[in-house]
Design a protein around this ligand. Structure first.
Ligand code: SAH
Ligand code: DHB
Ligand code: MG
Length: 223
């Protein structure tokens, strides 16, 4: 098996099970035109996020890492008309591209982009009494995933989900002596989750158009 096969299968899944969506295509085109890196979730992964949000009956979502708004649009589409999605993005140029695409998709009233490092946004959200959220999607700077997770745990309702992308990292998750800070952070996340009674979690390895990676899904339960 090789990357070509993984991508071909993702393309087949995308062509069959993931309906073509002009607003999502426009978001990808706008991101590419503006030179944003093409690191958004793949169409099948995005569909999974959307299915999980629907399964939860989610009304409120918090996202770390907006990029061009691709996953934001998918998640926001799973919410009722009065739902809210807050998405945190450090790069103001990316946020501007995302804003245009989110508005084009008719989701300007559902999605709020907050520009700046996510760690700075969290005390502000706290001050506003934000949450509890139904779903938190962590997909920003990977070294901070455990920090975002810790905050999310205190701001997600019981029965809600916290999902973290890019935790497997080409398999480096298994390397106890990894010197890569992002990998060490994912290992620390797993070790913390193991001792956290408020969480039932698993990590699923993935292959596809984005290579070999994986995500953690954590159900928040009453301790
Ligand atoms: N969720 C998006 C992809 C996000 S890529 C999607 O699937 O469509 C990761 C994003 O996190 C990038 O846009 C990057 O600029 C942003 N980011 C990096 N460091 C950050 C930080 N400290 N705070 C907020 N966003 C950050
Ligand atoms: C990167 C970020 C992501 O969220 C992702 O899914 C893949 C790659 C990156 O920063 O390189
Ligand atoms: Mg990601």
């Amino acid at each position: 098996m090789d990357q070509e096969t993984f991508s071909a299968v993702d393309e087949f899944i995308g062509a069959t099970l993931v309906a073509h969506d002009e607003d999502l295509q426009a978001a990808l085109d706008a991101a590419a035109a503006a030179g944003l890196p093409s690191i958004q979730v793949s169409p099948p992964q995005g569909k999974l996020l959307q299915l999980l949000a629907r399964l939860l009956g989610a009304r409120t979502v918090l996202e770390f890492g907006t990029l061009g708004g691709y996953s934001s649009i998918l998640l926001a589409r799973a919410l009722p008309a009065d739902g809210r999605l807050v998405t945190l993005e450090a790069n103001p140029e990316y946020a501007e591209v995302a804003r245009g695409s989110i508005e084009r998709a008719g989701l300007g009233d559902v999605v709020e982009i907050r520009v700046g490092p996510a760690l700075d946004a969290l005390p502000v959200l706290d001050g506003e009494g934000a949450g509890p959220f139904d779903l938190v999607f962590i997909d920003a700077d990977k070294v901070n995933t455990p920090n975002y997770f810790a905050w999310a745990l205190d701001h997600t309702r019981p029965g809600g989900l916290i999902i973290a992308d890019n935790v497997v990292r080409d398999g480096s998750l298994a390397e106890a002596d990894s010197e890569d800070e992002a990998t060490r952070a994912q290992r620390r996340l797993h070790e913390t989750l193991a001792g956290e009674p408020r969480i039932a979690a698993t990590t699923i390895q993935t292959v596809g158009s984005k290579g070999y990676d994986g995500f953690t899904i954590a159900l928040v339960q009453s301790a």
